[in-house]
Design a protein around this ligand. Sequence first.
Ligand SMILES: O=C(O)CCC(=O)C(=O)O
Ligand SMILES: [Fe+2]
Length: 361
Amino acid sequence: MATSNDEFPIIDISDLDLSSGRSSSQRRVADEVTRACREWGFLLVKNHPIPAEDIEEMFALSREFFQLPEEVKERYPITKRSIGYVGSFKDRGKDDKMSMWFGGVPGALSSSESHDSVPEFWHQHVAKVEAFKHRCHDLVVGLLECFALALGLPDPKFFADAHREDAGNGNSLRMLMYPARARHDERPNDHRKDTDEEGSRMQAHTDSGSVTLLFQRAPGLEVLSPDGETWARAPHVPGCILINVGDALGFWSGGQLKATRHRVTFEGLPPDKERQSMAYFGAANPDTVLQPIVACGEKKKKMDTYYSNGFELVPGITVGELNRMIMQGIYGAAFESSSSKKQEDNKTLEAERGQATTAVV
Ligand SMILES: O=C(O)CCC(=O)C(=O)O
Ligand SMILES: [Fe+2]
């Protein structure tokens, strides 16, 4: 049972601009954002730099796309470039949601290699999607600079410099649609037996990258509270973006920044209610080697067994390996790689270890 939580951090980031030199107000933003990520791993930001009309335009296009017949969308299943469609009940979590992924470096969506992976509907809109991704990336970089500043790292660009927009496929925009269904169709019987969590519209999971920006058009998301036991309803505040930390950054920060589990349930979002969201996953360059930056005393033990989506993270793992492992675990063969044997060895499902965490990105 999720409760609403008045303490959920909402932070004004109008003074985020780190390019114009450091000031006390920037320092304040950095401290507040980082405090929220230490405690909750989540926060809402207001007065952010992404124009409201761009967000609305993306939501409108996304809605139009998801309303296309299933057989049209299904012609473009997700590829190893993280571009393509995943229908309801089709991923590892067998969840209700549909998603459309736009992965890749700038220009990837209009490149000839990706042309056939991008549904025809999007061909005339890819420039807008690319521009939106670019704005998201800039915000992620600003937040990463906040973390380095507030954590007292000697180089304030320590994290940010490892997040080039033109490196790898990890910087993805994922559009999501939780369709409104007639009550009697709450959950088709065929799929009910496949779910671990009764009533899930999106299974509880952590994100695997560095920083996620989540745009929501309706309430429904639940976030594990700092007590680690209670699910809190993430507020839906028009104009705000929800920010959360992913496992790669959580691990890299030595556990100082928290990658928190979140989910969407039928209880929080009844089947006859539609929810649209968009997640921008900011990821570090694939060759980034994840070495936890601090030995964090009593947390050290926890760091020895740090999991992302059921896979154990070991110091020295690269972001590319982590991303491949997770996407392959969820979407299968499209993400096969030559080092899949090694990945198999590393693969340790938490379920097998008797841990309750389930995860699906
Ligand atoms: O729809 C939502 O708000 C959740 C999206 C999410 O958590 C994800 O895509 O990782
Ligand atoms: Fe997520």
